[in-house]
Design a protein around this ligand. Structure first.
Ligand SMILES: [Zn+2]
Ligand SMILES: [Zn+2]
Length: 257
């Protein structure tokens, strides 16, 4: 059985955990060390149970605190060369932490979980997102992507569970108070997915096995939960209440596939 939960989702910090048997993988770590520990405890996990931290990219809400946790608890950090280099330049790569490099080209096994990194267009050095599998079920996680690609849709087709970015509502972003450069960055091809792009991406996937769909990385300024939910529900032709949401304060509780 593969189970997963989120500690937090959004621009103030992201962190998700996936577990199969004795293997617990952490995906991104954008929360302060004590807060990460506190939220792990909320999910019934001890830091010592975490086998590795996978980092999607160097932005502070994803890779920002990964090395703090890794150094404190002797956990290996799994990341691309580009992400490592970017974090190194910011002084965030701590001595003594074991690194394992991945690329968007090959799968790897981490304990009982097979991990498939895949490349995405985003304004970071070498960003990847991940699919997790226990050999039976697959969980796809996709946030921080400016636009969908054929490759992304191929990788995510047939997953059993999907955590999918619904960053903003295009109308709210355009009408909101962000400076123009930031609006252009968010809405650009290397920024984030809006609700409609997420709806189209989900609609393009092979969805026959999907048991969980969770909207994630919602902007607190430029989106509303009901808009994200409605968009993903339209793609599936389901009730909006069936769609889960990952929140900044609570993430979401354990789900299993
Ligand atoms: Zn982000
Ligand atoms: Zn990012």
């Amino acid at each position: 059985m593969l189970r997963f939960a989120s500690l937090a989702s959004g621009s103030k910090g992201n962190c998700l955990v996936a577990q199969a048997d004795g293997t617990v993988l952490m995906l991104d770590c954008g929360l302060a060390l004590r807060e990460t520990e506190r939220r792990l405890a909320r999910l019934g996990l001890e830091p010592a149970q975490v086998s590795a931290i996978l980092v999607t990219h160097e932005h502070g809400d994803h890779g920002g605190r990964a090395f703090d946790f890794a150094a404190a608890h002797g956990v290996t950090v799994v990341l691309t060369h580009g992400t490592a280099e970017a974090l190194r330049q910011e002084g965030k790569v701590l001595d003594g932490v074991k690194l394992r490099y991945v690329s968007g080209m090959e799968k790897l096994a981490l304990g009982g979980i097979e991990v498939q990194p895949f490349t995405v267009p985003h304004d970071a050095r070498e960003p990847v997102q991940f699919v997790f599998s226990d050999g039976a079920a697959r969980l796809g996680v996709l946030t921080d992507i400016g636009a969908s690609t054929v490759h992304v849709e191929q990788v995510l087709s047939g997953v059993d569970a999907l955590v999918l970015e619904c960053n903003y509502d295009a109308g709210m972003l355009a009408a909101g108070g962000y400076p123009r450069w930031l609006k252009e960055r968010i809405a650009g091809p290397f920024g984030h997915l809006d609700n409609l792009q997420a709806e189209h991406l989900l609609g393009a996937l092979e969805r026959s096995k999907l048991k969980h769909v969770i909207g994630a990385h919602l902007s607190q300024q430029n989106n509303r939960p009901e808009l994200a939910r409605a968009a993903l529900a339209r793609a599936l032709g389901c009730e909006a209440s069936w769609i889960g949401l990952a929140t900044q304060d609570d993430g979401f509780d354990w789900r299993s596939v």
